[in-house]
Design a protein around this ligand. Structure first.
Ligand SMILES: Nc1ncnc2c1ncn2[C@@H]1O[C@H](COP(=O)(O)OP(=O)(O)OP(=O)(O)O)[C@@H](O)[C@H]1O
Ligand SMILES: [Mg+2]
Length: 319
């Protein structure tokens, strides 16, 4: 039972600049996320908004430029042993099961490795039992037949189940799922998401679910965090964010979403006041790239501007 707490995460990438000096790209800018045991938090936002960068920092595939990540309030050191221990507790499910599994190794091999590396099993008999248990927990049967196969011999859904089993092998407490179903056939997406949800409940996992899909974000998570250009623009209980989005960008996402139940939206200034991270434009209500970089302000920078803007949005709504 572990709470993952990421505070003020930031990631700057060095990119090729126009002059002598390398330019910096702020992929993630001061993002805080807390995920509690038995809870799913959804992270949504457009392509390039920094979602995967956050996921990678949370599983330590990339180093944060600054910020802290704690598990139950404990900071885990950076050394090799500490990182191994950290990784056994925080696991990731990637978007593409085909590239996340090694094509040259059988499923048995890929699941046995983490069991051994993280010291979960200590004998051949234990290993066999644990493998069968893992296959059962992701509903893959007949287990022995599938264990003997290679990734290319499985369907996309089966492959993602194997990837989930592999993530579960070290008995993690936190699962980061980065668009876990977007590469899968539409017909099987829901069952994989349902599986992740069942596993969360059974194992009391803290789950961060990264997605472009607002409907499943709402259905499977209690909280939604909306990102744009590396920043959190809005967060709150899932129903509130979808039914009553405050930030124009969230409203734009909700209107653009195909799910008819997601719309319509209304502006509620009272709710906005409780959400210091809402970012609004003071000048131009249109959501364009220029706006974000030039005119957008954080609400704590200028509360009066925010209120003016919300009022004008509300009147535009009713007129
Ligand atoms: N290794 C890297 N070097 C330089 N820039 C990077 C690197 N990885 C990501 N970026 C940049 O960081 C920003 C955030 O990328 P990220 O992959 O986190 O977005 P995302 O929200 O996951 O997008 P998508 O929805 O398309 O998966 C983008 O501008 C991306 O180009
Ligand atoms: Mg991504």
């Amino acid at each position: 039972m572990t709470t993952l707490e990421a505070l003020h995460l930031r990631k700057d990438y060095r990119v090729r600049g126009s002059g002598w000096r390398a330019a910096r790209l702020q992929a993630v800018d001061d993002v805080s996320i807390i995920v509690r045991p038995g809870e799913t938090v959804a992270l949504v936002g457009e392509s390039g908004s920094g979602k995967s960068t956050i996921a990678k920092m949370l599983v330590r595939l990339v180093d944060a430029t600054s910020g802290t990540v704690t598990l139950d309030g404990e900071t885990i050191g950076q050394g090799r042993r500490a990182t191994k221990r950290y990784r056994s507790r925080v696991q990731m499910v990637f978007q593409d099961p085909f590239s996340s599994l090694n094509p040259a190794l059988t499923i048995r091999h890929q699941l046995t490795r983490p069991l051994r590396i993280h010291g979960i099993v200590h004998s051949a008999a234990e290993e066999e039992r644990e493998l069968l248990r893992l296959m059962e927990s992701v509903n893959l049967s007949p287990a022995k037949t599938i264990l003997a196969k290679y990734p290319h011999e499985l369907s996309g859904g089966q492959r993602q189940r194997v990837a989930i089993a592999r993530a579960l092998a070290p008995r993690p407490e936190v699962l980061i799922a980065d668009e876990p179903v977007s590469m899968l056939d539409v017909s099987i997406r829901l069952e994989i998401l349902q599986l992740l949800n069942d596993l969360k409940l059974e194992r009391n996992l803290a789950v961060l679910y990264i997605t472009h899909d607002l409907a499943t974000a709402r259905h499977f998570s209690s909280q939604i965090v909306v990102m744009r250009s590396g920043r959190v623009v809005e967060r709150g209980p899932s129903d509130a964010v979808i039914l009553n989005p405050v930030h124009p960008y969230t409203q734009f996402l909700v209107r653009a979403a195909p799910d008819p139940k997601s719309a319509p939206w209304i502006v509620d200034p009272n709710r906005h006041l409780g959400h210091p991270e809402v970012v609004v434009s003071t000048e131009n209500l249109e959501l364009t790239e220029e706006n974000t970089s030039v005119h957008w302000v954080r609400s704590w920078d200028d509360d009066a501007a925010v209120n003016t803007m919300l009022a004008s949005l509300a009147s535009a709504q009713t007129s």
